[in-house]
Design a protein around this ligand. Sequence first.
Ligand code: PEP
Ligand code: MG
Length: 576
Amino acid sequence: MALIISGIGVSRGIAIGNVHLLNRGAPEVFERKLEEHEIEAEVERFQTAVDGAAEQLRSIRDTIPEDAPKDVAAFIDSHLLMVRDSMLRKVPIEIIQEQQCNAEWALKQQRDKLEAVFEQMEDDYLRTRLNDIEHVINLIQQILKDQQFTVQMKLQPLKGSIIVADDLTPADTVVMQNQNIAGFITELGGPLSHTAILARSLSIPAVVGIQSARTLLQQEEQLVLDGSSGMVLAGMDESTIKEYRQIQREQKDARRKLGSLKNISARTKDGRRISLQANIELAEDISALKKSGADGVGLYRTEFLYIDRETPADEDEQLSAYRKIVRVLKGKPLTIRTLDLGGDKEFDPDFQGPLTQNPALGLRAIRRSLKDTELFKQQLRAILRASASGPVKILLPMITSDVELVQSLSILEQAKEELISENKDFDENIPVGAMIEVPAAAISANILAKKLDFLSIGTNDLIQYTLAIDRIDDQVNYLYDPLHPSVLKLINITLQAGRRADIPVAMCGEMAGDPRYTRLLLGLGLQEFSAHPSNLLEIKQIINKSKISELEKQAKKILSTTVPNKIAPMVDALNE
Ligand code: PEP
Ligand code: MG
């Protein structure tokens, strides 16, 4: 009998193969009290296991081909850094010594402590770091349990299989890719986990979040996995499998053809030129940016110059990071978003304060920058100085009121005056824009637009704040709806405000990179899309086949539809 299960598709593509069940979870750990004389040997046993974990990660890293996307090695490197960090290398030894307990128990206690800290964090990226720490701790626990344990040992031979596991680490993903697996399914994880990101980089079709996958699916049974829809099919007849093989071939062909669009501009059939820009955050994104044929960078998230490192980047280090991208862009614009720090994404203990119940509503983004104007000004100086080397724009996050905008512009003026008195070059007319990611900003977009050169709609936060759902809370994920009538109205109000003020409006949230919404957004009048570089060619293909004059009428109808579940079929119809 056919079985259809649905999860979260995190890496596109159809995989057809036989199930290989895996259990990668943490081994069970018990406490054992030690005699005084046993402590030294236990510390040594722990150190050997940690060294063994580092050695394994190093050798997996060595198997990564030179031409693999940079983030593949970067994720393994970040695990290597964790193995070297005192939180995993030193603290458990102190626990062994102080509590006279076995290494497994000491490591478990440290894990529980770290988990408690990370669980307070609301930021989606930082939350995924807990997942990484757990992966590294599990590896050390496996080695403590069995000195001969290796990642490779558990994972072969897997060619052509669909792996079904509770969870997979980035290291597992690299080892599995080397063995040419067809795809994977995990019970845990979300679209932002590093394993999901790696699957996308390595083009392994993947579905996560199918909670009882290992109970529902049987070893060796044949599956079809659709990494776009998140659908997993078991028990199909031959003709269904044949159909999926055909879809698989067509998808591969379509991907190959997309490459030929790189040097063609995005232009609708009725001649409207659409700007397609890239969202970047890490240095590694630059190589994807080069391959994407983007018209520039519409969103450079700068937080990583501050957090997740020992000390935040100073003005000169920021300047050289910005200049590097300006050079890569060769005259195309770079939009640098000022710090979206605060709440949980904080590096300065003086600003940490008590973690509030709702960090998303706390001292974050522009609010945080306006509290620490020296830090803000330092970043503005670096951005201004970078503008001497090529076109740069400033993007202010989470502006909610005109007052915040006026204050920000005044600090920008101070930064400009300082640079003038120091004889440092910059673009005096550097364009300044605001992100529209709070309903208040969308409603007042006409007022903000008067003082700005452009607007950029951040749908990730705009949807979160409009629908009052925490964007990273799994329990309310199902309410996260870019097509909610209120969200569409706010997008429309912002686009209208831009037209009236005669300034461009871009969209840089995930919605802009989702091909399902491209035609709707074109119909609403969006002319600048900014998305992850890997999505841009597909969006371009849709744009180049679209006629805005036809889409406008449909978009109007959709805007006047007030019943949420009637909207999705209308948007689907635009794509047929
Ligand atoms: C957004 O909110 O849509 C956005 C692009 O910003 P971030 O995802 O970094 O919050
Ligand atoms: Mg945002």
